[in-house]
Design a protein around this ligand. Structure first.
Ligand code: IPE
Length: 259
C-alpha cells in the first residue's frame, strides 16, 4: 500500500480563503484510480484551515473564548473541503469515507497521543479508503491544537507498513531557493539531514504548520531502508500517476532518516 498526502497548496489556493481546486483534485483522483495501486490518502487544509488558524492563533492552544467560534469555523471548513475530496474520489470509482482526526485522535503537547488506528484498519480491510485531513484536535496540555496532515502521515506510517510515501505539492521538490521567485533555483534530487539544514527555506504563504522545512523533516522520519518518501508536483498532469507506477519523475527523494 502507498500513502499519499494531497497538500493544501495543490488542492486549494492557499492565499484565497476557502478556494477549492476542483479540476486538479479531480485529475489527481483519476491518476490514482488509473495507477491501480492500493493507497491511503491524507489531505491538508490549505486556505480552508491555515488562514483562520493563523488569525486566531489556534496552534498556540486555548488562550481566550474568542478563539472558540474560530475553532468551530475551521473544523467546519476543513470538513467541507474533505467532503468535496471524498466526493471526487467516489466519482473516480474509489470508495472513500471521511475520518475526521478531531473525532478519533487526541493530542498531547501538539503530538498525536491517542488513536490506535483500529477504525482505519477495519475500513482498509473492507476495501474502503479512509480519508484523514489536517484538523483542529483536542490537546491535553493546550486545550486544542492544529493536527497537520503531515503529522497524521507519520502516525499512519507507524501503524501500517507502507511500501512508499508520496507528498503531493505545487512545487517540483525541494529547491536551494524559492523557485517561484528565483528561476535559477536548483532542485535537490535527494535530501538527507545535512542538506536540509543548509537550505531551511521559508514558506511564502502563511502556514501555521511550518512549511517545506518541517515537511522534509517529517518525510525523513518516515523513510526506512525499504520505504522511499518523495515530494512531487501535483499541478503537472501525470506526475502523480508516474510516481505511483514507480517510474522516474522529477521529484525530491528523502533518504537517510532522522529521529
Ligand atoms: C493544517 O494541515 C490543518 C489546519 C490548519 C487546520 P496541513 O498542515 O496538513 O495543511 P497543508 O497541507 O499545509 O495545507
Amino acid at each position: 500500500m502507498i500513502l499519499i498526502k494531497l497538500g493544501g497548496s495543490v488542492i486549494t489556493d492557499k492565499k484565497e480563503y476557502r478556494t477549492f481546486n476542483r479540476d486538479v483534485v479531480s485529475r489527481l483522483c483519476s491518476e490514482i484510480k488509473e495507477s491501480g495501486k492500493e493507497v491511503m490518502i491524507v489531505h491538508g487544509a490549505g486556505s480552508f484551515g491555515h488562514i483562520l488558524a493563523k488569525k486566531f492563533e489556534l496552534n498556540s492552544g486555548f488562550r481566550s473564548d474568542e478563539q472558540i467560534p474560530a475553532v468551530a469555523q475551521v473544523c467546519y471548513d476543513v470538513r467541507e473541503l474533505n467532503a468535496m475530496i471524498v466526493n471526487e474520489l467516489n466519482s473516480a470509482g474509489i470508495p472513500a469515507i471521511s475520518i475526521p482526526p478531531g473525532s478519533c485522535f487526541m493530542m498531547d503537547d501538539r503530538r498525536i497521543s491517542f488513536g490506535d488506528g483500529e477504525i482505519i484498519k477495519s475500513l482498509v480491510d473492507k476495501g474502503i479508503m479512509p480519508i484523514l485531513f489536517g484538523d483542529v484536535v483536542q490537546d491535553r496540555k493546550h486545550g486544542f491544537a492544529i493536527c497537520s496532515g503531515d503529522q497524521i502521515m507519520e502516525r499512519l506510517s507507524d501503524i501500517f507498513d507502507f511500501e512508499k510515501v508520496i507528498f503531493v505539492s505545487d512545487i517540483d521538490g525541494l529547491f536551494d531557493d524559492d523557485p517561484k521567485n528565483n528561476p535559477d533555483a536548483r532542485l535537490y534530487e535527494y535530501v538527507d539531514a545535512d542538506t536540509l539544514e543548509s537550505v531551511r527555506s521559508e514558506s511564502s504563504v502563511d502556514d501555521v504548520t511550518g512549511g517545506v522545512y518541517e515537511k522534509m523533516k517529517s518525510m525523513m522520519r518516515m523513510t526506512s531502508p525499504h520505504r522511499e518518501c518523495i515530494l512531487v508536483n501535483g499541478t503537472v498532469a501525470g506526475r502523480l500517476r508516474s510516481a505511483l507506477n514507480g517510474e522516474k519523475v522529477i521529484c525530491t527523494i528523502a533518504r537517510g532518516g532522522i529521529q
